[in-house]
Design a protein around this ligand. Structure first.
Ligand SMILES: [Zn+2]
Length: 279
């Protein structure tokens, strides 16, 4: 939806979260069920050779920047981007590996202890996954969202929730994750985080609004930008049954649904809308 609004100025086939089967390629990959990292990198530059390949300046990004996406019957991708999906993990879960890895990335960037108070702002697709991952790290987790239905989906997973109206930020959270995709989210995060606490920015919205950054200085807040994460860890969590994102699927539509698929994804009543390219 961000790409439709003009994120990265992308034109072409959209879509970057998918599970598929290898049709053509090296013999050891043939017919295997796979998920695919979205950053297509050069493998030669300083960042690639120093372990920061997700930040390769020469990269294209599947369905987002310079590389055709997965809303298609077939897609060509670099072999090194592939990860085999373990047999017990069904397609309905494997398709979540990319955003799940992005959620796990938070735990790779920020040290979260069991006693830490963690607030996740935004109960949409990404916020739901972030909360499902972070509940394994802390005993004090709160997910804040606007839609009752989305909060209930999280409650069913044993996640404590609050409606945005009921939530009163109190500058007492050790870590606040902003997954709202809105400028207000960051403002709320600044009110919710304790002095010397950490704000994790998880949504790549271009902030058009003016924001007063003084509280970051006065309260010595650490702000962490967080994007793509480790696929093997996400596949591991799914295989171990530690997260079950399939409950987030609101509906499955055929690729021929075209723009109607996007309309459904835009509907706040729907969490995740899947596209079945076989239909
Ligand atoms: Zn590179």
């Amino acid at each position: 939806l961000g790409v439709v609004k003009g994120y990265m100025g992308f034109t072409g086939v959209m879509g970057h979260e998918f599970v598929g089967r290898v049709l053509h390629g090296p013999a050891d990959w043939k017919a295997r069920r796979v998920v695919c990292e979205i950053n297509c990198v050069c493998g030669r530059c300083e960042r690639c050779t120093s372990g920061l390949s997700n930040h390769c300046p020469n990269r294209t990004v599947i369905g987002i920047d310079g590389h055709p996406g997965c809303f298609a019957e077939q897609i060509a991708v670099p072999v090194r981007n592939l990860h085999a999906v373990p047999d017990p993990v069904p397609d309905e879960q494997a398709v979540f590996v990319e955003p799940l890895a992005a959620a796990i990335q938070i735990t790779r960037q920020v040290d979260i202890g069991r006693a830490d108070r963690v607030v996740v702002l935004g109960a949409g697709r990404l916020g739901q996954l972030v909360a499902r991952v972070l509940k394994h790290s802390t005993d004090d987790l709160l997910l804040v969202g606007r839609h009752e239905m989305k909060l209930q989906a999280a409650e069913k997973q044993g996640i404590r929730t609050a409606g945005s109206e009921q939530f009163s930020p109190n500058r007492d959270a050790d870590v606040v994750v902003d997954a709202t995709g809105s400028a207000e989210g960051f403002a709320t995060a600044m009110q919710a985080v304790r002095p010397r606490g950490t704000i994790v920015l998880k949504s790549t919205v271009a902030l058009g609004t003016e924001i007063n950054l003084a509280p970051l200085v006065v309260d010595e807040i650490t702000v962490v930008g967080s994007r793509c994460g480790p696929f093997p860890d996400a596949l591991g969590m799914l295989a171990a049954g530690e997260v079950d994102p399939a409950a987030l699927i609101s509906r499955v539509m055929p690729l021929s649904g075209g723009p109607a698929v996007l309309d459904q994804a835009r509907d706040p009543e729907n969490l995740k809308v899947l596209v079945d390219v076989r239909r």
